[in-house]
Design a protein around this ligand. Structure first.
Ligand SMILES: NC(=O)c1ccc[n+]([C@@H]2O[C@H](COP(=O)([O-])OP(=O)(O)OC[C@H]3O[C@@H](n4cnc5c(N)ncnc54)[C@H](OP(=O)(O)O)[C@@H]3O)[C@@H](O)[C@H]2O)c1
Length: 263
């Protein structure tokens, strides 16, 4: 069992209001860590914060769009007085599912800004003092989409691939400083965001994880970076790493089409 006290006294969760992020918040509050929760919608943010406060910890909330760089300046101001021992970067589901040539570049850019630009800013800002203190953790939530190209995921798959490679390098750079880095790779997970986009979780043959399970796995595996495949999807990821890229990309595409009832 991971000793979560090593990651206190404060935890910043980017995307900490719903789904996996809210489960991280509840687990960490139950372990006695104070929280800064970030998300755009203030309703779910306050609901999760209240549940966490019931454990007797301090919780600050900030309704921010992480794609807005001035909002990130505000976040840094609002946390300047805190010793942050753990950063969890969970926000980052796909927000532009057009085929690449049909989509708006500005919409794709927001996917890049959220998953790469904002994540890099937060990691550098909160990671530097962790390295100085020789203690801390950085957990990035990734996706199996980052292991191969797929239709309508050209940019999303790319940013998730970036996240994994970034985490691996960061893990190497920080391992001598006792700062744990983990990319927690998720498959399909039953989150409110996925429910809102109408994902059918009941497709036979589709493995669906629950947010609380993968959050728990992430905290357990945090000292064992750089990458952990949650939800029992390790074999599927191994298949996606085949060097014959046409075989694996087309094979997975055809399987997904069958699963989702397409052509
Ligand atoms: N669910 C899945 O099936 C699945 C599969 C593979 C990987 N993942 C990964 O798991 C992570 C969480 O995904 P999710 O399904 O829970 O959806 P999500 O849309 O990333 O939402 C997660 C949290 O992030 C917040 N958020 C989203 N966009 C934000 C923004 N621009 N600024 C600030 N906060 C933002 C959400 O609250 P607000 O909406 O109020 O901002 C919510 O609290 C993502 O990194 C995703 O890539 C998910």
């Amino acid at each position: 069992m991971t000793d979560l006290q090593n990651y206190g006294p404060w935890v910043v969760i980017a995307g900490g209001s719903e789904g996996v992020g809210a489960e991280f918040a509840r687990l960490l509050a139950a372990a006695g860590l104070n929280l800064v929760l970030l998300a755009r919608k203030s309703g779910p943010l306050e609901d999760t914060a209240e549940q966490c406060r019931a454990h007797g910890v301090e919780v600050r909330t900030l309704a921010v769009d992480l794609v807005d760089s001035s909002a990130i300046d505000g976040l840094f101001d609002a946390t300047a007085d805190l010793e942050v021992g753990l950063l969890i970067y969970n926000a980052g589901a796909n927000t532009c599912s057009e085929q690449f040539l049909d989509g708006d570049l500005a919409d794709f850019q927001r996917v890049i800004d959220l998953n790469i630009g904002a994540a890099m800013r937060l990691v550098q800002h909160y990671g530097r003092p962790m390295r100085d203190r020789r203690r801390g953790g950085i957990l990035l939530v990734g996706s199996m989409a980052g292991y191969l190209g797929s239709v309508r995921h050209t940019v999303y798959g790319g940013v998730k691939a970036f996240g994994r490679i970034f985490a691996e390098g960061l893990w190497l750079e920080l391992r001598d400083y006792n700062v744990h880095v983990l990319e927690l790779v998720l498959g399909v997970t039953r989150t409110p965001a996925m429910e809102r986009v109408g994902l059918n979780f009941d497709v036979p043959g589709m493995r669906v994880a629950e947010p609380v399970e993968v959050a728990r796995e992430g905290l357990e595996q945090l000292p064992n970076g750089p990458v952990y495949i949650a939800g029992g999807n390790g074999d599927d990821v191994a298949r996606r790493n085949d060097f014959d890229r046409a075989k694996v990309v087309l094979g997975t595409h055809r399987f997904m089409q069958k699963l989702l009832g397409g052509n």
